[in-house]
Every structure is written in structure tokens, then in C-alpha cells.
Design a protein. Structure first.
Lengths: 371, 605
């Protein structure tokens, strides 16, 4: 399926050979996302909805840009980006903007910018560059430690912010990069076991509110009007949608503000409440096709770098979908992870569109070679 | 080297293909898990969560239903409703007051209620009540002055709400107060009882005593409700639906207000504490049940006046007590009817047997006196009843022994509740050897039998039970379940259901025994020696029996029970005057007035 754009002839080079499944899924998600954000933020004088449309438009431009930027060059220059973003992370710590008890943002004028979001892309890029450069000795323990150190430093800064959501995402990214880098299974298992052993220790270093979230996840009723409130209310919203939902902009849980931060973290609950099981299944299917297409691109790609990158980025998308929907339906603790393209928010949309752009590029490079 | 490289590469490619597939499976499994969870929440548990979400956003504001009216048997209204203003606080709005204590104090000053009490009412349902949208009732039936002051304060203080509410109005104030009973807020203990299942919320009004309580479910009606859509902050978005309340059904009582009023005024005239009951023996309908002292029911509707309540509670005469069914008295000589019936039926005595009464009877060294110190001389059964000779019944009772006395006491309905439709009825006591051993840890003495045979000592019963001895004779051998409720009616006097008369006790004795006793009861009134001659009403044949009940608290209780007309009894009248003295002197004239009023004034004979 080909999308015809007015200035097509001039720009044909820039959008030809796009992966159709990925593209259709992207556009479908935008439609669903626009509808959901519109419903979730009220209907009159709605700046959120208009802003979200602007983010989508900007996102499409960014996706086009990255689908035309060879991912190998991204890998090549990743060490610079790594350096720049490490600097930004330090800057966040020093002069960052604080909101809701977390210091995650840099303020440039009225524009807010969250560097940690981008680490979801930069960390795998840097790791891949390191593995490609060190080539066959890549999986010596000495190298693995260096690699982990490379991840650990930004991770420490991100945890310090605190941004538990992004921190949690980094761990599977590291594992997937190593996995697709064909690390020997034994070593991978050793790392996983070691990580599992460190987990309980890490728990001690969590902030109180983070610990509370985990406790509440295990037993939401323990604090049903406080920390458990979100978990209970979003489940009520999802469940009460029943089979066909309460109708668009008709969900009592969302319209009457029983679901908190409904247009970002709990947007899935809004959709599930208003469109019921039917709506939920549609959303799940779109994501499933998207993720499977991502993995198909990884399969098609002939280069280790592309494979690792594609898998890592697909992994980022998958983790966001799984954790976000998971927390909406009470199978994951509440962390500030957004739902790709459905949640309201500039940084979130930008990063996801970047990821999709890079995946498109990996696909297009493959097509180019095939041609 | 190059070959190795190629082989390695092929291996590597294969390996990575496998690993992508592994990732694919992980993703698929996780997504499937998510799907199952969503399916569970929406398809399996959807109904439950729908309910939860409705509870979240729909607040129900109850509209109390007016209670049904209560009429006497001639549709004279006894209990109706009147409009009153109720002051409530809406907790979620009240919470917005900057200084809660100040607001409480201001309200407290207006409605004359300590601020702590108001706070206690607000938080009665637990901590979460402060988020409630539906008003919490603080004071019912506020005065005009309170109303206008509260309306003024509405501007300064958030959460004040005044609503119109029907409250009970007792048209006849004190009349039949014990029968009708009062209403009041449901208590925490009552909320736990299944009887009040339909009562859901704190502050609901239910019948607390009397008919109001016994037929509460009929009188209560169905509360209406306004459903309001509310957001998470408690702001009302819109009204979804209003169900109007349905007034309770009306009750028509068997009480004849004219008779009731007459009886009450009769007791009032002499300032007697006591009971007058009039019953239709054939149906068990209670035409009149007066118990003095009584109280003004209107003190209980709306707000209970604390001073008034304390006065009632402290009053030693216990005005709240319905003596007719809750007071327990020795039946006294009226019980001789049961003893005589038993003696004749068991052939312990015949009407021909005579006993010599010398005014005193000795058991070993214990003297048992007849009320007539000089003695009655030779008395047969008829004389013994008519003149109420005690010695005759001492000796008869001793021959019968306690077993037979108890048997006939039970047959006449003692020891068991009559089942009248007023709550709180007492059962009385039928003593026996086992009973005394259990309760008193002492054996039964002949002296106990002697006392029991004239209705003194351990045997006690409620006035209603004592009256039923006479009803048994009036009906020639059976009693009916006494009842107050005649019919349940809807608007326009349409009758929905009627009380079906039921038999209570049967007297299984030889028919001639009943004849004999009835004749004796007629002699009580007709004979020149009879104790109840003063009951005579010209043109009316009355039968009855007096009782003078000794009691340790003071002067004797005076009693009379009788029925008329003797051929085809229409009413049974029972009179008890506490500490009145001799039945013949005090109770009988009152009974006479009742008979006369009923037959001359009401029936116009």
C-alpha cells in the first residue's frame, strides 16, 4: 500500500520503500491516540488534543528523517551522542526542572525536554558500537564489564532523577543487545542470574514512594484511597467497559476523573472503558502486528549492528506496551512509562517516532541491498 | 581461515534467526497474557466492575417515604403526618469550611446541640463519611426560628441543607399511646437485625414501639431516591433519575376511639394508674386498651425532647410501660374461675358439695385467712364464686394439688404469650414443683398451693391473660388471639387485607362444667351476696368476677373482669386499678361505666 502525499514526486526518494505494516500500524495508533486523548482531556477548548496533533505531525517528520538516516551512521556517531546526553543528564541533576518530586526535565524557554527518554535509543546504539568495534573479543568478561559500565553510568544518573520507568527499560535493552549480538547463552544466563541477585539490594535504594508503588501493586486494597487508588480505579475502568464499552467520551471513570493522569499513563484504561473488549483487542492487535513486524525486520537485516539495533528498539516498544498496559490492568506496578503513540506527550511521541524511523531505515537499507 | 569465517558466519546467522524467534515467542506470550487479563476484566468480571464504576459516580440521595396513617375502627385518624423541616449537613461541602470548629460552634448555637454531638453525627458512619454527598441529618423538626437562622447562615457556612420531611403527628396526643407506639431513628443494634433489612441507612425513621413497630414494614412505605452523577471530586454533574417515594399503607385498628377515650378519661378522673381493656370475645378484637399513666406521643416525633424523655424514664410509675401486656400481676380471685373449672371437671368437687368457712384456715401453724374475717359459713360452689370465698378454694386447691392447678392455668392461657400484635408482651408464670425448684431452689409447700388456688403467690399473668379467663367463659370454652390491627387499607379506604381471627386456647372440659361456672359468674353480679353487684346496668345481664390482689408494694390492686350480655356476649371488659383497694369497691364501678357507655351510648340499647 502506498501513501500518496501532494509533494510526492519531489520527495519520493525520502519515503519510498517504507515498511507498509509498520507504517499502517503507526497511523492507526495515531488515530486511536488522537481519539483517546480527545476523550480523556474533555471536549471544550482542548489544548491537549491540538498539541497532540502537532506532536504527531512533528513525529511524522522525525520518522521520515530517521528513516532516511542510515542507522550505521547513527551507530558510528553514538559515542558523541552518548557524551552529549551524559552532559545533559548531569545538567538535569544540577539545573533540572522539578515536577511531582522528580527532576527529569531541562527547560528551554517554554519547552521542556527530557534527556533520559532519549537514552532508550542512545544506550543501545553505544553498546552496539562498542560491540562492533571490539568485534570478536566482544564477549570476553573484561569487555562485558566495560559494556555494563557504559550502561551503569547513565543508569545511575537516571535512577537519581528519579525516573524509574526509563531505568527499568534499560535492563532488558542491555539483555536484548547482548542476546542479538550472539553472546554465548551461558554468559547471558550468568548476567541474568547476577542481575536477579542484585534486584533485592536495588529495592533498598528505591525511594519510599517507589517502594510503596510496588507494595500497592502486590496488594492494592492496602491503601485504596491513597497509593492503591490508581491501580483500583484503572481496573474498574477497564472492567466496566465490558464487551463494547460505554461509548466514546462516555466513560464515567475517565470523564468524571476517577482515573488519575488519564491522558498519559492511564490512556489504555480510557480506551478500554469507552470501547470495551473490542477496543482493547484492536489496540492489542495493532501493537502485536507492529512488534512482530519489528522482529521481522530484525530477521531480514543481514548485519549484526542492524539486528541488535532493531531488536533493542522493538524491545523498547514492547516493554513500554507491556508495562504500561500491564499497570492499567493490574499486572504490573505503576511506573511512569507511557504507551507508545497513545499517551499524550511530546517527548514520548518524538522518541517513539524516532524508534519507528530507525526501524524503517533498517528495513529500507535491506530493500536497498536486495534491489 | 576464510572458510572458518564463512562457516562461523552461517552459524551466526542461523543462531540469530533462532534468537529472533525466541524474542518473538516471548513477545507473543506476554501479549497473550495481557489479552487474557483484559478478557478476564472485561468479559468475565465486567458486570462486577460496572457496578463498581456506577457506585463510584452515582450518589443516591434518599427521599424518605411518608409513613402510612393509622385509623381507629371508625376511620377516626389517630396517627397522621405533618410537614417538618429537617436540618442536615452535606459532609463534602461542609469539609470546605476554612474553620471547621467555628462552623460547628455557629451551628451549635442555633440548634441548641453541643458541637461534639454534631461532629459525632457527621462521623458516625466512619472516617470516609466526610466525602459523602448525601446529607447527614442533624436535627429534625426544627423550629421556625431555627429555620430562618440557618437559612441566613447558609451564606457563611458551606454544607448547610434544610429539607422538608413528613413527620408523625399523633392526633390524639396521649390517647392509646402504648398501643400506637412512637417512631425514632434506627439504632445501631437494630441495623444488625434482619427485621429491619429494608432499612438501609443511618438516620432512617422506624417504629420503635407499639403498632408503629409491629407493623413497621407495612407502615414504612418505599423511600424514593434521586440519583446524581458525581465526579471524583464530588461535584454534582447532573441528576440522572428521581424515583418519588411511596407512602406506606394505612392501618385500621380494632380500637374504638370513643371507647378508648372514655376509658382513659375514666381512669384520669380518679387519677388511677391501671388498665382497662375491652375485647370482642368472638373475634379477639381489642376495642380499647388503656394503660395509665401514659405519655404524649408527639413528644417523640421529630426531636425527642431530652427533658421530657428524662422525666418519663425517671417516673417510678413507668409511663412507657404498657401495663396491659407488659405488667404482670397476680390474677387474684378471677383465677378462681380456672380453679373451679378444674375442680368440677376433675370431679374433685361437685356443685352439691359444701365446705364450711370459718374465716381462717390453718396449715400446721400457718393461718390462711378468708377475706371475710367472720367467715362465710357453709358455702357451695355457687356461693363460693359469688361471694369469692377463699377458704372454699384453699381446700379445693389442696385437693387438686399444684399439678392440676398448673394444668388449668395453662389451659386458660397463662405462661404463654397471647400473640397480640404489639411488641414486648410478657408471658406470665405458671408455677409448678419443678419450676419452684429451678427458680427458688426450694420444694413446693402446701401453702404455695393454697395461695395459688386463689390466684396469689407465684402465679402471675398480664392483664390481657387475666381478661382471657373471662373471654374463655364468655365464649363457652375458647379464646381468640387478641389483635389490634383490623385491616390494611390503601388510599380511599380500599381494603388490601384483613386480619383473620384465630383461635388461641381451647378449654377441653365437660360442657356442663362451663354452664355451671357461667351461672356462678352471673350470680357474682345478680346475687344479693355477690361481690360485683355495683356493675349492674339496667336492662343488661352481666357476668363477671372481682379480684382484690394483695401485693407487697402497698395497697391491694383492684380488678374486675366481666362480659355482657350473658346470653350472647359482645364484649369482655377488664379493669385493673393499681393500689386501688378492693375490686368490688374500686374496679367494679369503672367497669359499670364502661358497660353502660358501650351499650347505652355507643350501641344505643
Amino acid at each position: 500500500m502506498k501513501i500518496r502525499i501532494p509533494f510526492a514526486d519531489v520527495a519520493r526518494e525520502y519515503y519510498k520503500n517504507m515498511n507498509p505494516v509498520l507504517l499502517i500500524c503507526t497511523l492507526l495508533l495515531m488515530i486511536v491516540g488522537a481519539a483517546a486523548v480527545y476523550s480523556a482531556t474533555g471536549t471544550s477548548g482542548n489544548p491537549f488534543f491540538e498539541k497532540q496533533l502537532i506532536w504527531y505531525a512533528a513525529g511524522i517528520v522525525i520518522m521520515l528523517f530517521f528513516s532516511n538516516t542510515n542507522y550505521n551512521s547513527l551507530i558510528n556517531m553514538s559515542n558523541y551522542m552518548y557524551a552529549i546526553f551524559m552532559f545533559l543528564l548531569i545538567l538535569v541533576l544540577l539545573i533540572g526542572h522539578t515536577s511531582l518530586g522528580a527532576t527529569r526535565w531541562l527547560k528551554i524557554g517554554s519547552f521542556q525536554f527530557q534527556p533520559s527518554e532519549f537514552m532508550k535509543i542512545i544506550v543501545p546504539l553505544t553498546m552496539i558500537r562498542f560491540l562492533l568495534v571490539s568485534n570478536r573479543d566482544g564477549f570476553e568478561w573484561k569487555n562485558i564489564f566495560k559494556l555494563l559500565l557504559l550502561v551503569a553510568v547513565p543508569l545511575a544518573f537516571i535512577i537519581k532523577q528519579p525516573d524509574l520507568g526509563t531505568s527499568i527499560l534499560l535492563l532488558p535493552i542491555v539483555l536484548v543487545v547482548l542476546f542479538m549480538g550472539n553472546i554465548p547463552t551461558k554468559k547471558l544466563l550468568t548476567i541474568i542470574i547476577a542481575a536477579a541477585l542484585i534486584m533485592p539490594v536495588a529495592y533498598l535504594f528505591l525511594h519510599d514512594y517507589q517502594k510503596q508503588r510496588i507494595q500497592v501493586f502486590i496488594n492494592p486494597q492496602s491503601d485504596s484511597l491513597g497509593a492503591g487508588y490508581n491501580v483500583i480505579q484503572s481496573q474498574i475502568a477497564v472492567g466496566s467497559g465490558k464487551l463494547i464499552g460505554k461509548g466514546w467520551a462516555q466513560g464515567t471513570q475517565s470523564q468524571l476523573n476517577f482515573i488519575p493522569i488519564k491522558y498519559t499513563d492511564f490512556i489504555f484504561a480510557v480506551i478500554a472503558e469507552e470501547f470495551g473488549l473490542v477496543g482493547s483487542i484492536v489496540v492489542l492487535l495493532i501493537y502485536y502486528f507492529l512488534l512482530m513486524e519489528g522482529l521481522k525486520i530484525v530477521k531480514l537485516c543481514k548485519f549484526n549492528g542492524g539486528k541488535m539495533l532493531g531488536a533493542a528498539l522493538t524491545c523498547v516498544l514492547f516493554m513500554q506496551v507491556f508495562i504500561n498496559i500491564g499497570m492499567n490492568i493490574g499486572i504490573m506496578p505503576v511506573t511512569g512509562i507511557t504507551l507508545p503513540l497513545l499517551s499524550y506527550g511530546g517527548s514520548s511521541v518524538m522518541v517513539v517516532m524516532m524508534i519507528l524511523g530507525i526501524l524503517q531505515n533498517i528495513y529500507r537499507e535491506y530493500i536497498k541491498v536486495e534491489d | 581461515m576464510a572458510k572458518d569465517n564463512v562457516a562461523d558466519k552461517i552459524k551466526g546467522v542461523y543462531k540469530s534467526l533462532v534468537r529472533v524467534n525466541v524474542l518473538g515467542w516471548i513477545v507473543s506470550m506476554c501479549m497473550l497474557f495481557v489479552f487474557f487479563r483484559v478478557f478476564y476484566l472485561q468479559a468475565v468480571r465486567g458486570g462486577y466492575y460496572k457496578e463498581q464504576s456506577d457506585q463510584n459516580c452515582i450518589s443516591v440521595i434518599k427521599i424518605a417515604a411518608p409513613r402510612g396513617y393509622i385509623y381507629d375502627r371508625n376511620y377516626v385518624p389517630l396517627v397522621i403526618n405533618k410537614t417538618s423541616y429537617t436540618f442536615s449537613i452535606i459532609p463534602i461541602n461542609f469539609k470546605q469550611n476554612p474553620d471547621r470548629q467555628k462552623a460547628l460552634n455557629a451551628i451549635s448555637a442555633i440548634i441548641d446541640m453541643p458541637p461534639e454531638d454534631i461532629e459525632a453525627k457527621l462521623t458516625r458512619g466512619g472516617a470516609s463519611t466526610e466525602f459523602l454527598l448525601s446529607p447527614v441529618k442533624i436535627k429534625r423538626d426544627i423550629s421556625e426560628k431555627e429555620l430562618s437562622l440557618l437559612q441566613e447562615k447558609k451564606i457563611e457556612i458551606n454544607g448547610i441543607s434544610v429539607s422538608q420531611e413528613p413527620i408523625r403527628y399523633y392526633a390524639k396526643n396521649n390517647s392509646a399511646s402504648h398501643v400506637l407506639g412512637y417512631v425514632g431513628e434506627v439504632t445501631d443494634e437494630q441495623m444488625k437485625q434482619t427485621k429491619y433489612n429494608k432499612v438501609r441507612s443511618i438516620g432512617d425513621i422506624i417504629g420503635q414501639t407499639g403498632i408503629e413497630n409491629y407493623y413497621d414494614d407495612i407502615l414504612r412505605g418505599e423511600d424514593g431516591a434521586t440519583l446524581i452523577l458525581t465526579d471524583a471530586q464530588g461535584r454534582q454533574k447532573k441528576e440522572i433519575k428521581t424515583t418519588p417515594p411511596k407512602q406506606g399503607k394505612n392501618l385500621v385498628l380494632t380500637i374504638d376511639y370513643r371507647l378508648q377515650n372514655f376509658a382513659e378519661r375514666l381512669l384520669d378522673r380518679y387519677q388511677y394508674n391501671g388498665v382497662i381493656i375491652v375485647q370482642d370475645p368472638k373475634t379477639g378484637e381489642i376495642l380499647c386498651m388503656a394503660s395509665k399513666p401514659d405519655y404524649n406521643l408527639n413528644n417523640f416525633s421529630g426531636n425527642i425532647d431530652v427533658r421530657e424523655w428524662k422525666k418519663l424514664i425517671r417516673n417510678k410509675a413507668n409511663p412507657l410501660n404498657n401495663r396491659a401486656i407488659q405488667g404482670q400481676y397476680s390474677p387474684g380471685s378471677i383465677f378462681k374461675i380456672a380453679v373451679g373449672t378444674g375442680a368440677l371437671n376433675e370431679d374433685v368437687m361437685t356443685t352439691k358439695d359444701s365446705i364450711f368457712c370459718e374465716g381462717i384456715y390453718w396449715i400446721k401453724t400457718w393461718p390462711y385467712k378468708c377475706w371475710k374475717r367472720a367467715g362465710h359459713g357453709w358455702v357451695d360452689f355457687y356461693h363460693a364464686v359469688a361471694e369469692s370465698c377463699d377458704i372454699y378454694f384453699y381446700k379445693t386447691g389442696l385437693k387438686m394439688k399444684v399439678e392440676l392447678l398448673s394444668k388449668y392455668a395453662s389451659m386458660f392461657g397463662f405462661g404463654e404469650k397471647t400473640g397480640i400484635d404489639i411488641p414486648g408482651e410478657k408471658a406470665g408464670i405458671v408455677p409448678s414443683r419443678e419450676w419452684k425448684m429451678r427458680e427458688d431452689r426450694s420444694p413446693w409447700f402446701p401453702g404455695n398451693t393454697v395461695m395459688m388456688s386463689i390466684g396469689q403467690g407465684y402465679i402471675i399473668g398480664t392483664p390481657l391473660q387475666i381478661m382471657n379467663i373471662m373471654t374463655m367463659m364468655a365464649n363457652s370454652g375458647f379464646t381468640m388471639v387478641p389483635h389490634i390491627m383490623k385491616a390494611v387499607t390503601l388510599e380511599g379506604r380500599r381494603i388490601e387485607s384483613q386480619f383473620e381471627p384465630k383461635k388461641l386456647n381451647m378449654l377441653t372440659v365437660k360442657p356442663e362444667v362451663i354452664d355451671t361456672v357461667q351461672t356462678a359468674l352471673k350470680l357474682v353480679v345478680m346475687s344479693p351476696f355477690g361481690t360485683a353487684q355495683k356493675v349492674k346496668v339496667p336492662g343488661l345481664s352481666i357476668a363477671g368476677k372481682t379480684s382484690t390482689v394483695q401485693n407487697i408494694h402497698g395497697e391491694n390492686h383492684a380488678m374486675f373482669a366481666g362480659y355482657a350480655p350473658t346470653g350472647n356476649p359482645e364484649i369482655v371488659v377488664y379493669v385493673l386499678v393499681e393500689f386501688g383497694g378492693a375490686g368490688a369497691e374500686i374496679a367494679v364501678p369503672l367497669a359499670r361505666d364502661v358497660f353502660e357507655f358501650y351499650f347505652k351510648t355507643l350501641r344505643g340499647k
